[in-house]
Structure formats: C-alpha cells, structure tokens
Ligand binder design. Sequence first.
Ligand SMILES: [Zn+2]
Length: 583
Amino acid sequence: MALENDNDLKELIRKAVLLNAVSHNGKAQAGAVAGKILGERQDLRSKVKELSDVINAIVNEVNSLSFSEQKAIVNENWPETQKREKAEEKRLPPLPNADKYPLIVTRFSPNPDCVLHLGSARAILLSHEYARMYNGKFILRFEDTDPKVKRPSLIFYDSIRQDLNWLGCKVDEEYIQSDRLPIYYEYTTQLIAEGNAYVCQCQPEDFRKKILAKQPCPCRNLNAVDQLKLWKRMLGGEFEEGQAVVRVKTDLDHANPAVRDWPALRIIDAQKYPHPRVGSKYIVWPLYNLAAGLDDHLMGVTHIIRGKEHYTNMIRQRYMYQHLGWEYPEAIHYGRLKITGAFLSKSKIIQGVKDGTYTGYDDPRLGTFAALRKRGITPEAIKKMIIDIGPKPNDITLSWDNLYAYNRKILDASSNRYFFVPEPFELKVLGVPKTFHAKLPLHPENPERGFREYTVAPEGKDLAVSFWVSGKDAESMETGKIVRFMELFNVKIDDKTANLITATFASESYEEARKIKAQPIQWVLKGTEFQCQVVMPDAKVTEGFAESACKKLNPDVIIQFERFGFTRIDEVNQKMVTYYAHK
Ligand SMILES: [Zn+2]
C-alpha cells in the first residue's frame, strides 16, 4: 500500500506533528517528526523518501493552523499529553493573603560584603518568582550599613547586580541603604520623641544584667526631651564608639531576652572605618533591624521571604511597627538549604581569594554564582531546583549531584557533542581498506543541527591511519580484543608498547560491534588534534586533545565531550580551555 493511502500511519503522523507544533510555538519541524516516526516504525526505514513526502504535507497543513487551533485539537484528542507537561512545570504555592494587596512587592537584600553564592539562591529566586507570579515588583536593596565588621566593598555591588541578571531576575527598583541615613535618623527622632526609643549609655555588661532581670536600665526612664538632647549629641559626634546606642522599647517581660529593648543604632569611628560609598560622613549607623524594618514598610514590601534564622528579627521589628502605627508585612520563613561539600563561608571565600588559595571569586572549588557560571551550571537548573523545593520551613540538605541532575537535563538537550581524549595515547590502525568519511552528529537526537566531518584516509603500503585515544581507554585495551571507533569502524588490538598501540582494521559495521559488545571509544585523528585543557571542579587541570571542529567554537558555549562530561568553553585561541561541569 502506498504510504499516502495508509490512514493509520497518517493519523500517527498527524498526532506527532501536532504535538511537535504545540511544543514549538506553533511551528512543527518535519525532521523531528520523521525521527520520531522512524523510531516507532522501523519498517518504514526503507521508505524514507515516501515517508518524508507524507510528513511534509501534514506539517504544511498543521502549520497553517493558528497556535490556539493546534492547542485546541491536541487538548481534545490527546489531553493526557498536555496534562503531563503541566504537572512537570511545578509552581510555587500561593502567597498568604495575596489578594489583600493591590501590588505584591518582594525584596532581596544582600550586604555587599562578598559575592553571592548558592546559599542566597533561595532568597533571590523565591522573592523574584513570587513577584513575577503576581505581576508584582521585585526590589534589590543593598544593606550596607556596617562599615566596620561586615564591611561592604564597591566591587560587590556590581557583582551582585551581575549575578541577579545572570539568574534571570529582573530588578524593578534598587535601593542602597547607605544613601538613606537621613531617613533612618528622621524615624529615630520620631521614635525617641514619642517615648518609644531611648539613648542608652550603659556598659554592655550592666545593661545585660538589668535586661536579664526584666528590669529597665537607668537610661530608659529619662524623659523624651532629655532623650532628644542626647540623640542630638550622639549625631553631633560627642560620644565615641561604644559609649551610646539607641534602643527601641519592647515588652521587658518578653520571653526571649534577645528581643528586649533591642539596639537600633550605634556609633562607628568614621575616621578609622570610612564607608566605601559615603566615606566618613556619618558616625551613627543603623543596625539591621532598624534599617531593614523601616525600609520594608517605606518601600511597600508586602511579603518578606527569608530564612527562618530571621524569625526573632520579625518579633523585634513588630514592636517598632506598633510604635509607628504600621502593619507588619506578611513574612515567610523557609528552612536552611545546605549543600554538602559546597564552599559557602563568606569569610573563607574572601580570605582565600586574598591569600591566593583561590584563583578568584570564580574559582571552580567555590559555590559562588560566578564559579557555577564559569563551570556551565545553568541558571535555569538552579531556578528549577529552588522552585521544586519551594518555601518549606524544614531544613533541606542537597548534594552537588542533585544540582547536577537538574543541569544535566537541560544540557543534555542543548549541548552539542564533541570528542576529547584526555591524557592522549597514540593508536595506529593498519590495513584500513579505503578512505572513510566519518559523519558525526552534533546532537544524536537532532540531526538537523549538523555534523562534524572527517576524512580518514589510509597511508603507505601498510594502509595505516594514526589516532589519539584517551589514556584510560588505552590502558584498558587488551590485545586480541575488538574496539569500536565511534561512528567510524572496528579495530582489533594487536600490540601495546609504552607509547604506541598497534591495531588492525576489523570491520565497518556498528551492528557487528554491538553483537560482540565492543567498547565504543572516542578518537581524534592524529595531525588534526587541538590542544585542550579542562579545569576540573577541584581546580586541577586535565590535559588532552579535542577534535579539530572545536577550533570554531566560541567562549561561553557549553558542550558535551562524549564519554567525558559537560564542559563550558572559557577560551579558544592557540589552544582551548574549558571548565568541567559534571558527567
Ligand atoms: Zn542604659
């Protein structure tokens, strides 16, 4: 029967074309459909030409429909295919009381005292995703009000912006707290004037004793007028570091002593510790709860999404909100996300970069976004992982392998394949009967992406061709055994010396290699090799040869070296340097 009269087959093709169209924004691709049909119906392999005529006709017909018409047909006839796709795309649970607010506003508020690392991924991606989910606003707020201990550095403001950009998080508004000191002073004045905050001149030890006993320190009961005078003197530079702090009044009976009359502003020696942005302009600096607490309200933040280590801060800040007559935003506290084996300590990262232990903030051993980017870990993988975990309050421990699994799924579909032989070893094949034209697909499931092509021509009277194979493969080769050169031919190992393996041509067919379970190996034609260094996650370098097609690749592209792993190209010049992602 001619294929064009085979109605069952045409129905099968029509389904494949429609599904393909729906997953490609309305435009089905004939090549992909042909691959799928041939995969299911091997009997059609002898009728490829006829088949492709039938497919092309159906593709034209389907592509002339609108996208929504296509989707409607698919949903009516094969709803199960669409449901599955939707279930895979996991969504975040709804925000609490979202409909109470006309505009959902979230924020990410880092201290620019270091580059960002995987430990911040949850705060960033959840806050950003929720803002997008509700067509809301995502704020980036630099919390840089500690020029002494957690000292910000100018380079980190920019690296943080770059990291957010790389993660695909669009910032709708940006604020820098060191620009906002007059605002914090203004609200502090109000709090003091209304008797809700006070200047405390106690020695820390004396204050601690009082507060543990749930008693007010002597400063607390001074009247507001005198408090305001002290506050003016504080701002005027009459006190030195440690001589005075402003405290916000709370319930002195609160169960947690760390909540009672928490410190809101303190003095920092501005000459000794100038701020990288505003220099020695200010000597009174707000502490975390005052600055973050005021800003969340003033910036209209509706939902604070942060780690549960901030829970006590919420209790503290609620007192200030009460004093000011404000309503506290919705707060979601998620659990700790631990990545086993990841270097996430800020102080160790900074110290290691300074003393040369690490090559930079993007050293592959680090868990910084800069390092992940360099290694070819995609922002999509990080995002997918974080959204799958969601904002759960329980602690979660992940391994690098969890992240790699997400990344592999993305890269497996997107990365082109190439050959790389680490620690190369020479292998000479004799008796190659003819010139072979090797045609290696850039991607096994997507032949439309093209091929790498090599001419393998025998030379001399013994019809010899020389190759490079990986050192590991060379080591495991046994004389008498057959090895499959991928997409080329099969050879029999004859002899091994310290620096050369000799083999003879055995046969061409892949079927034969499969029958005898010959190991398929990657290869590079000797004389066409391209020197390549792969920087591994432990920062050690694997040397080897890549195939010559790699000379045309560009930096930043992520490829798969077959049987070796995914790797991101860092530089292509006289040689190639790549960074290893994972298997
Ligand atoms: Zn006091």
